[in-house]
Ligand binder design. Structure first.
Ligand code: ATP
Length: 230
């Protein structure tokens, strides 16, 4: 059981290979203080998704250790680990139901007011209110009627309600209109406040705002610093 955490994350000489293949990550070491935002940058196939998958324990490391607040994550239960993490994929999970239900999924006992408050904080409220049925708008699994950016905004609100100490976010890459893009940018700032965040970054604004930028190439960190340093 992973006890409540502050959110310090350490990758200690992590090597990883999928199945029998050759290593995809080679001797990766990362040190992140509680509350810091880390932007992962690198070409397609360089290993960014693999890094966040290991932190979420979708796979176990082949060699080395990943620690949260000093605790090796391979020694804790996966539910107790995931409970402290918000994982936001590029194409967020949307289920058949209303937008209200989809956001409330972050914390099932949240009141309507709390759902709306979360949506306001992450800047999702404006687009939701502009729909004829507002929060009661029915969406299906594929999120029909919602753009990729809008689906991410819903996942931001959901994550905020769940209030995890660690966030993993894969930024949407598909074209997003300027208005939604601005909302996402501002919404994300609020969501990241006080949380340790790993973002697979596709936007310059995210990279500029990060406390740490990691350039990944062929499974290795080839450069590390802040936007002003690099
Ligand atoms: P992208 O930006 O395209 O998502 P990425 O930097 O996130 O790329 P990864 O998805 O981490 O890169 O992939 C790194 C390498 O691992 C690639 O060579 C990929 O083919 C390989 N890989 C990814 N997932 C698997 C898997 N489940 N089994 C085997 N190999 C995999």
């Amino acid at each position: 059981e992973l006890k409540p955490i502050k959110g310090k994350v350490t990758f200690d000489d992590v090597t990883f290979a999928y199945e029998e293949g050759s290593p995809i990550l080679k001797n990766v070491s990362i040190d992140v203080k509680p509350g810091e935002t880390v932007a992962l940058v690198g070409a397609t196939g360089s290993g960014k998704t693999t890094i966040v998958s290991l932190l979420s324990r979708f796979y176990n490391v082949t060699d080395g250790q990943i620690k949260i607040d000093g605790v090796d994550i391979s020694t804790v239960t996966i539910p107790s680990l995931r409970k402290q993490m918000g994982i936001m994929l590029q194409d967020p999970f949307i289920f058949s139901g209303t937008i209200m239900d989809n956001i409330r999924y972050g914390r099932l006992d949240a009141t309507d007011e709390e759902v709306i408050e979360a949506a306001k904080t992450v800047q999702a409220h404006d687009f939701i209110s502009s729909l004829k049925d507002g929060y009661e708008t029915e969406v299906n699994e594929r999120g029909t009627r919602l753009s990729s950016g809008q689906r991410q905004l819903i996942s931001f609100a959901r994550a905020l309600l769940a209030d995890p100490k660690i966030l993993v976010l894969d930024e949407a890459t598909s074209s997003i209109d300027t208005e939604t893009e601005l909302a996402m940018q501002k919404g994300m700032e609020h969501l990241l406040e006080g949380r340790t965040s790993f973002i697979i970054a596709h936007r310059l604004s995210t990279i500029q705002n990060a406390d740490k930028i990691l350039f990944i190439d062929n499974g290795k960190i080839i450069e590390e610093g802040t936007h002003t340093e690099l």
